[in-house]
Design a binder for this molecule. Structure first.
Ligand SMILES: Cc1cc2nc3c(=O)[nH]c(=O)nc-3n(C[C@H](O)[C@H](O)[C@H](O)COP(=O)(O)OP(=O)(O)OC[C@H]3O[C@@H](n4cnc5c(N)ncnc54)[C@H](O)[C@@H]3O)c2cc1C
Length: 496
């Protein structure tokens, strides 16, 4: 395995550069998709040192009136807290949860499988009548806003569903966002939002240890600059003038925009790939801020249970507005923040009594303006710091004394993210938009939905491939399986 950076892990790494004694996850932090996904579970990484930690509550969202929307791993507690804010919402949440228990695992498995998902798809179809048949399908297609308005009276469930939908770049009032919100909320309800003990990097290190235990060789600081194609077949790669031959296949864990016309020359690809890549769409850019705090976040009103993930937006409408501003290429005035209280989740992250905190939010890939006319959108140090101030001010609305606890702050804008991981093109976290028109058989270009590429023995194993971003391992597993299956078929043909 050839890795461009000095350490393996890609967007699953941690570091200690923010403040002495503090571990910060450089990029991703919570892994419900890993815990729920067949591919990562099948690796049994716990045997290679991976340990999971859970915060007292999965997710929290502070509200303007001082109350919190809380998702707890115990559905009784989640429901009871919702009922406390709006009678009847608890029962509606339980009903959603019961529906998910019946169909969620086969739906998740179908979504993770290569297209068409024959076995998992049949299992899902068999369960469909028990959850309401076409009515359930309709609900899956609803925007997150509709899904929550139609089923709940209070704001808490809507904040939880819409906030989770906001992890992807599908507008909250567009089809597909409801499924995303429900998927993440129900994963939170069933498996929680776990984090690796001692930092996200431990997940990647467990994978590295497993690979090496089986004879795999990892070379870091080795950026691949081309895939060697002979007679339409990938036979190796080059890195820094050295050629590495591939006995069976090449699996490229790179963005589609770096593979096609980059590592693989256009002359080795059909004309339609070049044409289709012209419409390939990245997801939004990202700004991430990490803080080392001398104490816990001083929330103005304390939640009933401390949450690992905290969403910050004043209301569902504020989330819709912020994400809408991003989709019309404006830097949002009041960004919707995803934040993580990592020491609350895993005490090994920083000295007792302190907090390792982060927040990230999305900004346009090509900003056409700033809703407050303060930021130019070039994402130099000045832009990054000003925008980090804006993000911090969002948290300070609910924790006015936050600044008094800050020991250090680090800001990673779109450029800094990409410098640390070439797959985060322009700060995109998901290898391409998650919007419906670039999912399933349209990912990354029409006719895909599987790991194969137009070049024989070359497979795309990154988030640019179906089923897209998030740490679930499905693109890599689909690519590895496709490569091994092709190899077995060829061996059979030679033998005959
Ligand atoms: C700030 C941030 C927060 C996130 N939060 C979460 C979260 O909490 N939970 C979650 O599930 N997901 C989260 N994600 C998304 C998730 O991390 C990504 O979708 C996922 O890591 C994508 O996996 P990947 O293998 O496609 O790419 P990556 O994880 O980016 O790995 C790609 C690897 O390939 C290497 N590489 C690239 N080009 C070359 C080359 N030419 N030669 C050699 N090596 C190369 C890179 O250095 C990198 O190591 C987050 C992402 C970001 C950026």
């Amino acid at each position: 395995m050839l890795e461009a950076q000095a350490t393996v892990g890609g967007a699953v790494r941690s570091d200690q550069e923010v403040h002495p004694g503090f571990i910060h996850d450089t990029f991703s932090a919570f892994y419900p998709l890993a815990l729920a996904s067949g591919p990562i579970r099948s690796l049994e990484l716990e045997k290679f040192g991976l340990e999971w930690a859970h915060a007292p509550a999965v997710l929290g969202h502070p509200q303007a009136d001082g109350s919190w929307a809380i998702l707890h791993r115990d559905v009784d507690i989640t429901a009871e807290l919702m009922d406390g804010q709006h009678r009847g919402d608890g029962a509606a949440w339980r009903e959603l949860h019961a529906t998910w228990q019946r169909i969620g695992p086969s739906l998740t498995s179908a979504l993770m499988s290569p297209m068409p998902p024959v076995r998992a798809g049949l299992s899902m179809l068999a369960r469909l009548p028990s959850v309401g048949g076409l009515s359930f399908v309709k609900m899956m297609l609803e925007p997150a806003t509709t899904m929550s308005q139609k089923r709940f009276g209070g704001e808490a469930p809507a904040l939880l569903l819409c906030g989770n939908a906001g992890h992807a770049d599908i507008p909250l009032d567009a089809a597909g966002s409801g499924l995303m919100g429900l998927l993440l909320a129900m994963l939170g309800q069933t498996v929680g939002f776990p984090a690796p003990v001692r930092g996200a990097g431990e997940l990647a290190m467990a994978m590295a240890r497993r690979l090496e235990a089986r004879g795999g060789i990892i070379r870091t600081g080795a950026p691949v600059d081309s895939v060697v194609v002979k007679n339409g077949r990938a036979v190796g790669v080059t890195s820094g003038g050295e050629e590495f031959q591939a006995r069976r296949a090449v699996v490229a864990d790179v963005s589609a925009s770096h593979l096609y016309g980059g590592l693989v020359d256009w002359t080795d690809l059909p004309a339609r790939t070049r044409r289709d890549m012209k419409t390939f769409e990245l997801d939004a850019a990202t700004v991430k801020v990490d803080w080392a705090l001398s104490g816990p976040v001083p929330w103005k009103s304390q939640p009933e249970y401390a949450a690992g993930t905290v969403h910050i937006a004043h209301s569902v409408e504020a989330m819709v507005t912020a994400l809408g501003q991003v989709s019309v290429q404006q830097i949002p005035a009041d960004p919707f923040l995803l934040t993580g209280q990592m020491t609350t989740t895993d005490p090994s992250r920083s000295p007792a009594g302190t907090e390792s905190l982060w927040a990230y939010t999305h900004v346009p890939q090509r900003p056409g303006g700033d809703m407050r006319d303060e930021i130019r959108g070039v994402w130099d140090a000045d832009d990054c710091e000003r925008f980090a101030d804006r993000m911090q001010a969002q948290i300070e609305r609910y924790a006015p004394d936050l600044a008094s606890r800050i020991l250090s702050r680090r800001v990673l804008g779109p450029r800094q993210l990409e410098e640390r991981d070439a797959n985060l093109v322009g700060g995109a976290v998901n290898g391409g938009t998650s919007a419906l028109h670039q999912q399933l058989i349209f990912r990354p270009i029409p006719g895909s939905g599987r790991a194969g590429t137009p070049v024989s023995r070359l497979y795309l194993g990154s988030a640019s491939a179906h089923p897209g971003g998030g740490v679930h391992g499905a693109p890599g597993m689909n690519a590895a399986r496709a490569a091994l299956a092709a190899d077995r078929l060829e061996a059979l043909a030679v033998w005959r």
